[in-house]
Design a binder for this molecule. Structure first.
Ligand SMILES: Cc1cc2nc3c(=O)[nH]c(=O)nc-3n(C[C@H](O)[C@H](O)[C@H](O)COP(=O)(O)O)c2cc1C
Length: 171
């Protein structure tokens, strides 16, 4: 499979650790590309509807580049820290801009990795799970995995050997 991993974290910390564990294993049988969303030059969706959900965005920033990568992928992995009970703004920007080719983003395989400082029984993980569940239903996505991890300091997840082993065996 062609797998696109969207990294929602702006720091070299737990999300990158999770992505690296996942990608190192996944690349054995798949083509994996990781994109750091914080490095993208993307403005917010202005709701102009010029795209009609099929034509791409009128913006001349990185929007069409990243959305075309999503369209071309067999599988999209969303990996994000929790910021204020939700995914990061960087990740949400990409998801909002996916509207410009939403009609071409159906039937994807999807993976979701969420990392927050709070313990995994916190309501925040259910909120995020609910949001991705609704998007998946709308676009007929097949969610292959959705994992939540609790990690706060940037090296916390790296010390969690059980989590790292699990991330290596998600596919
Ligand atoms: C702006 C900001 C908001 C945060 N909000 C939450 C939150 O609502 N819930 C939570 O559990 N952790 C929250 N955190 C902690 C991060 O989710 C946590 O440190 C995570 O491990 C960061 O991932 P990273 O190391 O990949 O950047 C927040 C951190 C920042 C910087």
């Amino acid at each position: 499979m062609k797998i696109l991993v969207l990294n929602g974290s702006p720091r070299k910390g737990n999300t990158l650790t999770a992505i690296t564990a996942f990608a190192d294993a996944a690349q054995i049988n798949n083509e994996v590309e990781v994109v750091d969303t914080y490095k993208l030059n993307i403005g917010p969706c202005m709701g102009c509807d010029a795209c009609g959900c099929t034509n791409g965005c009128v913006a001349t920033d990185d929007t069409n580049m990243i959305i075309d990568k999503m369209v071309a992928a067999d599988m999209i992995v969303f990996a994000s820290p929790v910021y204020w009970w939700g995914i990061t703004a960087q990740m949400k920007l990409v998801i909002d801009k996916a509207y410009c080719k939403g009609a071409h983003l159906t039937n994807k395989k999807v993976g979701i990795i969420i990392i927050g400082g709070a313990s995994v029984d916190s309501e925040q993980y259910q909120l995020i799970r609910g949001q991705f569940g609704c998007i998946a239903e709308y676009l007929n996505w097949d969610i292959l995995f959705h994992r939540d991890y609790s990690a706060s300091a940037r090296d916390d997840l790296a010390k969690n050997t059980k989590a790292i082993e699990e991330l290596k065996s998600l596919l």
